[in-house]
Design a protein around this ligand. Structure first.
Ligand SMILES: Cc1cc2nc3c(=O)[nH]c(=O)nc-3n(C[C@H](O)[C@H](O)[C@H](O)COP(=O)(O)OP(=O)(O)OC[C@H]3O[C@@H](n4cnc5c(N)ncnc54)[C@H](O)[C@@H]3O)c2cc1C
Length: 588
């Protein structure tokens, strides 16, 4: 297998050349990023209060402006009115547009789940009909999968679609489709409904007879975005609005959600960067005990922890952008095999997409929470932005598959790849279970920058493979019922991928202007992630192994971890915090 294949990071270290890093953006990519950031800072952030008060006229005016700047066109091929940008540019635009949670939700829905089903699964006619207006922002997209009684268990949906007697229309009945983003102002929506032998996807236009939109939900956060239920009562749509194959809509739903998850992780990165800026600004301005609170060690540590989270997430997000670019961009949208190939490629990176979603949404949540803390009592009142950041961040752990569901999916998808022979996981795990008994990590430790971190990643990989082997041996098919274990497996996999990416990024930056701080950020990232892997692996071994096997495994894990000497976390974090305070923004 290639080191760029989905899940390959579990088996061996990637060649640094195959990992894209944020420091490799080209001039064109930076221009798109700047244009998106300027728009958000100059046009959207100053009118946050109006957006939050649901001024949809303003919201949509800004949305159309964004369209005129070509910032909704990235993923759409030129023949359908788009720009067919590389996936790194589209990720960067997505990141920079995340400065206002409500507006970002509308836009992300448009460029993600609202338009990608048609792009990847539409017929030529459907693409020609719908994509140009979605690309320009003239039309707004939406995606309706969730129902009142089917949330995480999305495939239990009850909305039905039947062909009319004359065979000319699909007739949709049911609802409510629940929590549909952009519901108040969408033009085109992908709707999932039950057909004879499965689930099918349909394109539904806003004036479809028999469709009605419910009231706006009163939400905790992203209050300026639209979220309503949608009902279908003998709703008639043309026969040709079936999207993809009949009864195969689940493939569309799941694969589009994979991309949506990855995009959500990138948007979380963007939001985190805007939020840390406010946290730094406030910490510099707020004086207590005769000095700015930014001078205090505990506040510095909070800022440094935020930056470590952002830096490690950024590494992962753009590594994935590079992987998706290589996988998806070369596909010819006019080829008859486009859908099939796109599906295969997207499915190949489903693990990485879920990892980015879970890690990104949790890093963002931690940052928003600590920002409230830095604002103190003012963090708790509406006159200051911190409480909105916290409210707006919360949803990311819920939509695009809750983090619980994604934590179940990560090991499940890895096992599926292993069973299909796409990942030599079982063979590697078997080898490792013997190797970890005799291996002496201390003897492998080399001199030099990142040597300990590189070894820590190697040892982490062995631990992760060993626990995967343990649980497969003990539970086999029944592993799916052991949710607490699956959650821990997901956590060690996420930590391994993040740590490996951090080390590779710092390694690639050696000798550059950014080298010193990247080295520190990689050291701090690995210190945290290696300890997570060790702790969770112990917890897994305590359940998945018994008797002598348990003793041997636990002591092997101890040996794989105990050689590692924590760096001076406090001094290193102070350096990161001082840089943040000097630059007044995330600057690594
Ligand atoms: C603001 C907002 C916008 C949204 N936009 C859209 C949209 O545009 N289109 C769309 O289709 N949907 C949308 N959703 C729906 C969203 O994707 C769902 O809310 C989400 O998938 C969870 O479903 P649920 O709310 O029914 O929770 P449930 O599925 O009822 O879950 C409740 C809790 O149980 C947990 N849980 C469920 N099953 C398991 C399990 N097997 N193991 C462990 N824990 C489990 C969940 O993780 C969660 O913590 C949106 C939701 C919100 C709030």
């Amino acid at each position: 297998m290639k080191d760029t294949d989905g899940g390959a990071f579990l088996i061996g270290t990637a060649d640094a050349d195959s990992v894209f890093i944020a420091e490799e953006f080209n001039e064109e990519q930076k221009l798109f990023a700047q244009s998106a950031e300027d728009f958000i800072r100059q046009r959207v952030m100053p009118v946050t209060d109006k957006i939050e008060a649901k001024d949809y006229d303003l919201h949509l005016k800004l949305f159309r402006e964004l369209g005129k700047l070509d910032l909704l066109k990235g993923d759409i091929p030129e023949i359908y009115g788009g720009l067919n940008l590389d996936k790194i540019s589209t990720a960067l635009i997505n990141e920079k547009l995340a400065g206002n949670g409500s507006f970002a939700t509308t836009v992300a829905d448009q460029t993600g789940i609202g338009s990608l089903p048609i792009l990847y699964f539409g017929t030529e006619e459907q693409k020609k009909k719908y994509l140009p207006k979605l690309a320009s922002g003239e039309h707004i997209g939406a995606y309706a999968l969730t129902e009142t009684e089917s949330g995480s268990d999305a495939m239990s949906l009850k909305t039905t679609a039947k062909l009319s007697d004359d065979g000319k229309h699909w007739i949709l009945n049911g609802g409510a489709k629940q929590f549909i983003t952009n519901a108040a102002f969408f033009d085109v929506m992908t709707v999932y409904a039950r057909t004879e032998n499965g689930i099918s996807a349909f394109i539904v236009e806003k004036d479809a007879p028999g469709m009605s939109i419910g009231q706006e939900e009163h939400k905790m956060g992203i209050r300026g975005s639209s979220t309503c239920s949608i009902f279908f009562d003998d709703c008639r749509i043309p026969k040709e609005n079936l999207l993809g194959e009949k009864d195969k809509g689940h493939l569309i739903a799941f694969n589009i959600l994979n991309i949506g998850r990855y995009k959500l992780g990138v948007a979380s990165l963007g939001a985190a960067k805007y939020i840390i800026e406010e946290a730094i600004k406030y910490a510099k301005e707020r004086v207590q005990f005769g000095q700015p609170i930014a001078n205090f060690g505990m506040i510095k540590e909070k800022l440094a922890d935020m930056a470590i989270g952002i830096w490690s997430l950024e590494g992962m997000a753009y590594r994935n952008a590079g992987l998706l670019e290589n996988a998806l961009h070369p596909l010819d949208p006019e080829s008859p095999d486009f859908s099939k190939n796109a599906l295969k490629q997207i499915a190949g990176y489903a693990v990485e997409c879920s990892i980015t979603k879970v890690y990104g949404s949790e890093i963002l949540w931690g940052i928003a929470d600590e920002t409230v803390q830095i604002f103190g009592g003012y963090g708790f009142v509406e006159d200051y932005p911190a409480e909105r950041f916290l409210r707006d961040s919360r949803i990311n752990r819920i939509f695009e598959g809750t983090n619980e569901i994604n934590r179940l999916l990560i090991p499940a998808m890895i096992m599926k790849k292993a069973m299909k022979g796409e990942l030599p996981l079982i063979e590697e795990a078997a080898k490792i279970s013997n190797e970890i008994i005799s291996i002496m990590p201390r003897a492998l430790l080399k001199e030099g920058d990142l040597a300990a971190e590189r070894l820590a990643v190697d040892m982490s990989r062995k631990i992760v493979l060993a626990v995967l082997g343990l649980v497969v041996k003990k539970y086999g098919e029944k592993l799916k019922d052991e949710e607490e274990l699956l959650g821990r497996l997901a956590d060690v996999v996420i930590a391994l991928y993040t740590a490996e990416t951090a080390v590779i990024r710092a390694q690639k930056l050696a000798g550059s202007k950014k080298a010193d701080l990247a080295l520190i950020l990689a050291q701090l990232s690995v210190a945290k992630l290696f300890s997570t892997i060790y702790q969770k692996a112990q917890e897994i071994a305590a359940v998945a192994a018994a008797g002598d096997m348990q003793k041997i495994t636990v002591s092997a894990f101890r040996k794989l971890y105990r050689w590692y000497q924590l760096p001076d976390l406090i001094s290193l974090k102070r350096k990161i915090a001082d840089e943040l305070i000097k630059q007044s923004k995330y600057c690594f």
